[in-house]
Design a protein around this ligand. Sequence first.
Ligand code: UTP
Length: 226
Amino acid sequence: MVRYLKAVLSLGGSIVASPGINLDFIREFASLVTKLRREGYHLAIVVGGGRVAREYIEAARGLGASESFCDELGILATRMNARLVIAALGNEAYEHVPESIEEIEEWDKVIVMGGTTPGHTTDAVAAMLAARLGAELLVNATNVDGVYSDDPKKNPEAKKYERISVEELIKLVGNEHRAGVSAILDPKAVRIIKEHRIKTVVVKGELQRIEAALRGGEHRGTEIEV
Ligand code: UTP
């Protein structure tokens, strides 16, 4: 079995903090990360904004704010969630939340961050981070169990891919960003994955599946072929 010892994980806000803060998940996730570190894994985690991000974005939009202003609110929410993960990881993680990819220079502890700048989601941040760190794997842990041909919550006919080529995925996700609107992977993330040929797996955000993806085991998600 292939073990991916250098990996970046995009942890959807829907898993960490929707509808409320998921304390049990965060605690168990921190134990998993600690265990993997003992085995030699290098991990970096990008945390999404979840319900708080969406609520603030919708409220600000209702008050007439611009898209980039809404994005900034989303970024603040992602950074709050990142801090919760850091709180659970204690000494395993850097306490500082990087605000840009460029400021990251070392990877001795677990890097935990949220968003960076307007115009994309934390999926794109995770892809940029994977490229910057030369990670062997990018895992996108989300609230669906893989990539589907259409939104499975709206279309019961939607078909799940075990594997999908990055070119096919580009056709699926389109190329538009809107604050708080979430596709399975944001278009910018997919472009970075393609450009840097980053091996990527989309899995349901359950601990066993996340662990299986990192260990190169049976994760039951979707592999993106690059
Ligand atoms: P998320 O990454 O959580 O996006 O960022 P999402 O896909 O909507 O939600 P999840 O995956 O279900 O958690 C929340 C919002 O914050 C802004 C965007 O508006 C995004 O929709 N954001 C985030 C940025 O503008 N830049 C970033 O780098 C990150």
